[in-house]
Design a binder for this molecule. Structure first.
Ligand SMILES: *[C@@H]1O[C@H](CO)[C@@H](O)[C@H](O)[C@H]1NC(C)=O
Ligand SMILES: *[C@@H]1O[C@H](CO)[C@@H](O)[C@H](O)[C@H]1NC(C)=O
Ligand SMILES: *[C@@H]1O[C@H](CO)[C@@H](O)[C@H](O)[C@H]1NC(C)=O
Ligand SMILES: *[C@@H]1O[C@H](CO)[C@@H](O)[C@H](O)[C@H]1NC(C)=O
Length: 328
């Protein structure tokens, strides 16, 4: 019996020079307007996942004369710093009642994401909060949760935020989370004057507008540096280097939209039929597909879709000539 099988796969599964299809738009817009524009066109602000993607863009920029236009050689891409994503280490634990995780006590001028390096929360001896680089060695304050009660413990050795989180989870319940002014005072009492301690507050970093988890980046050597403050959006530059810079999102620039390329393939499948099974029954075909999908997904980390192609008589499977029985 023979049938035709559709394989649809998002790029990345199939090796290809570029996993995205790009379009330059030369009408200057803010990052947010550019994002809306791309989304109205059924795409999104550009995701750049590999060095190959970057080379494709550089070639397009040269072909489009980008380097000689008045857009100062730069275009928005989909990367942005998710600076408003502050949450507690305990956020997913079911610890909070509604609204309890939204208490904040930032020092004035904080969080400032200095040099674009600050994603973890600290408390000063004055009981005020700052953001700091997660890699610094600091003493953490842990929370010991016992039923409805919580007590706070200052750990005596310094460690980075990730290590602090593991330590507190192992020895107590988690890093300290602070739900209101009275808990803030309880923690503050533990913090020696002139020092800063880790709390459980942290945030995500750079993300792609289209939601991909690609970690590829191509920053200029001094970037990202948040040098003017509030530099949450990314411009690709198309000078000789073609590298990236963080900028304030409200400047109007040219931009690049991208769509993920979807590959489709039709393959024929031959099966040897040993039982009286009706291969053209919906249940059997469904089961075959899910078995094939399982096999395909081993080793592939992507969205693959399979479907049977019906032939003109409405059937999927067709008997092969007797003289050539083959099994796959
Ligand atoms: C914290 O330290 C550990 C062990 O040295 C290291 O693997 C990890 O990357 C560090 N995390 C940060 C955020 O610096
Ligand atoms: C946590 O608090 C409870 C109640 O106060 C106490 O009995 C327990 O020893 C504390 N746990 C740790 C690890 O300090
Ligand atoms: C602070 O929050 C804790 C936990 O919800 C609650 O028990 C306590 O009464 C609150 N204190 C104040 C002053 O709101
Ligand atoms: C940030 O990077 C830009 C461009 O690379 C550079 O001109 C600027 O001096 C840097 N600012 C700081 C504070 O390092």
């Amino acid at each position: 019996m023979e049938a035709l099988l559709f394989i649809t796969a998002a790029a990345g599964v199939v090796s290809s020079p570029s996993s995205h299809e790009y379009r330059f738009v030369y009408e200057p817009m803010t990052w947010a307007d550019a994002q809306s524009y791309c989304r109205r066109m059924n795409s999104d602000l550009a995701t750049i996942a590999t060095m190959e993607d970057m080379k494709t863009l550089n070639k397009m920029a040269v072909m489009n004369n980008m380097v000689y236009t008045s857009y100062s050689y730069r275009a928005w891409i989909g990367l942005y710093d998710d600076v408003d994503s502050w949450r507690w280490s305990l956020s997913d634990s079911g610890f909070y009642r509604t609204g309890e995780d939204s208490f904040r006590k930032w020092q004035s001028g904080e969080p400032n994401n200095w040099m674009s390096t600050e994603r973890c929360g600290m408390m000063t001896g004055e009981g005020l909060w700052q953001d700091g680089p997660c890699s610094s060695a600091r003493r953490p304050v842990c929370a010991n949760i016992t039923g409805p009660g919580v007590s706070f413990v200052l750990v005596q050795s310094g460690m980075n935020w990730t290590e602090a989180q593991s330590f507190c989870r192992k020895q107590y319940s988690d890093l300290a989370s602070i739900r209101n002014e009275s808990e803030n005072q309880q923690v503050q009492q533990l913090v020696p004057a002139g020092t800063k301690v880790w709390t459980g507050l942290y945030r995500d970093g750079w993300k792609w507008s289209a939601g991909s988890r690609s970690s590829f980046s191509y920053w200029k050597s001094t970037e990202p540096n948040n040098s003017n403050g509030n530099e949450k959006c990314v411009l690709a530059t198309f000078d000789a280097l073609g590298k990236w810079e963080d900028w304030r999102c409200d400047v109007e620039k040219a931009f690049i939209c991208s769509s993920t390329v979807v590959f489709q393939k039709v393959v024929s499948v031959k099966l040897e039929k040993t039982s009286g099974l009706d291969l053209n029954s919906a249940a059997v075909m469904e089961e075959l597909l899910s078995q094939l999908l399982l096999k395909l997904k081993q080793g592939l980390h992507a969205d693959v879709e399979l479907s049977w192609r019906k032939q003109s008589d409405g059937n999927v499977f067709h008997k092969l000539k007797e003289k050539n029985p083959t099994s796959v």
